[in-house]
Design a protein around this ligand. Structure first.
Ligand SMILES: [Zn+2]
Length: 325
């Protein structure tokens, strides 16, 4: 069951602090408010922000700022300094989201690194509304509807480059957002060695699938390639439309197209039953199809894809409430 991201984990989290010398840190140019009341130091960067605002939004910050202070309190520009163990870039995204009203402006495109940072740190610091907003952006890239998926991943190639599926699986597991898992694991199945090696975030931290998710992908790859073969063979069946008026020509096109496919086993046996199958691309070079056969082919593709999509959670061995069937 999909749970509200932060509500799923009510336990107080250990935030961790760092031992950076404040003489070595630089002031962040964007997040250094002259009337800010606290300085957060993450890595080599200091942010002068508003303590009350952070305490209002996060019980974890509230606890952190309420911890007993040492006799000598470190300060910068007269503000107490709190050091955290997060990466400066991640912390900057979090603090910007808290301090900027237009951060989630729908007219702006938020980078995946920002979405990931907000989900991880929003979860860590228990800021539920930030996690929910960032997750909703991720859900538009990893949707539960096949129509949305095809638009996102076939028509808009630009958006898929940096949406690393290994990180998406990590975020889905972290926040118990099961609706992201079928598509994220499915995309992991298309990775080669990186599936096992994992991925690196911009700050250098390494993320890997868990052993259980890796097993899901190994089994999923086998199922997906079987489905891909089934989809291809089903769609290229040489039986022409019953209303076709050019049966010899259309039948010949079907036969030549499937003969062509046989020369490319990599197309037949890739891990992608949702690959684009435009009838013009496949048949025009072999004499084409009549309109009725084109419609029949498109219908076969649609039906085969819908069938795979409705079974995708089962193929990836995850349960998702409300997945379209
Ligand atoms: Zn025809």
């Amino acid at each position: 069951m999909e749970a509200s991201a932060v509500a799923a984990s009510k336990k107080r989290r250990r935030v961790g602090t760092s031992k950076v010398d404040i003489d070595d840190v630089k002031r962040d140019e964007d997040l250094w408010f002259h009337d800010g009341s606290i300085v957060i130091v993450a890595g080599d960067t200091a942010f002068r922000v508003y303590q009350g605002l952070l305490m209002k939004q996060s019980e974890i910050f509230r606890d952190l700022f309420s911890m007993p202070q040492p006799v000598v309190v470190e300060t910068m520009d007269g503000c107490p300094v709190v050091k955290v163990s997060d990466s400066p870039k991640d912390m900057k995204y979090l603090l910007e989201a808290i301090h900027s009203l237009g951060f989630f402006d729908p007219k702006k495109t938020l980078k995946f690194v920002a979405i990931s940072a907000l989900i991880r740190l929003g979860h860590k610091y228990a800021i539920e509304h930030l996690v929910d907003q960032a997750l909703s952006l991720l859900k538009t890239e990893y949707p539960t509807s096949l129509t949305s998926w095809l638009v996102r991943w076939h028509k808009d190639y630009a958006c898929k480059e940096d949406m690393d599926p290994i990180e998406v699986v990590y975020l889905a597991r972290l926040t118990q957002t099961s609706s992201l898992l079928p598509t994220a694991l499915y995309r992991c199945c298309q990775l080669e060695s990186r599936l096992v090696e994992g991925t690196h975030r911009p700050d250098g931290t390494h993320v890997q699938l868990t052993a259980d998710d890796l097993k899901r992908c190994m089994a999923g790859k086998t199922i997906l390639v079987q489905e891909q073969v089934r989809v291809m063979l089903g769609c290229f069946d040489w039986e022409v439309s019953s209303t076709c008026n050019t049966k010899p020509r259309c039948r010949r096109s079907f036969l030549q197209a499937i003969a062509h496919v046989r020369n490319f086993p990599d197309i037949m046996a890739e891990f992608d039953p949702f690959r684009e199958m435009d009838s013009a691309d496949w048949f025009d070079k072999f004499g084409g199809l009549c309109d009725d056969c084109c419609n029949m082919f498109d219908g076969r593709v649609r039906e085969a894809r819908n069938d795979v999509w409705s079974n995708l959670p089962a193929y990836m061995d995850v349960e998702v409430e409300g997945w379209p069937t």
